[in-house]
Design a protein. Structure first.
Length: 122
């Protein structure tokens, strides 16, 4: 399994482990939705550049913190960046623990309160 397939597989498992998540293709890429309606993560395999990444919703202020403190790993994605979404590169040495937190934050940011309450938080 190549880098891209392995990263997509790990991202898929992570997203699908969250309550009431469905996967479907959106704009030509795998994307994950809560209850089929609220998108919180989309994969980006060379979608708008030569990089492999994913884009996700983020809590207020997280985009700025991530993209300014570690621009080699995080970026402001096109289209959804204006809504506070963050891009996470997957063609670098990946810290899956950090990305798991980012994906869970994305889920909690978008999920209805009842579903958010089901997610254990530190």
């Amino acid at each position: 399994m190549g880098l891209t397939a392995d990263h997509l597989s790990r991202l898929r498992r992570l997203c699908m482990s969250l309550p009431e998540v469905e996967e479907r293709v959106s704009h030509g890429e795998p994307a994950w939705f809560i209850r089929g309606k609220r998108q919180f993560v989309t994969y980006a395999d060379h979608h708008h550049d030569a990089r492999v990444a994913f884009w996700c919703s983020a809590p207020e202020g997280a985009q700025h913190v991530l993209t300014t403190t570690d621009p080699d790993r995080y970026f402001i994605p096109p289209y959804v960046g204006g809504r506070g979404w963050v891009g996470c590169y997957l063609d670098v040495e990946v810290d899956w623990e950090a990305l798991e937190e980012i994906v869970v934050d994305a889920y909690v940011t978008v999920a209805p309160a009842r579903l958010s309450a089901e997610i254990p938080r530190d």
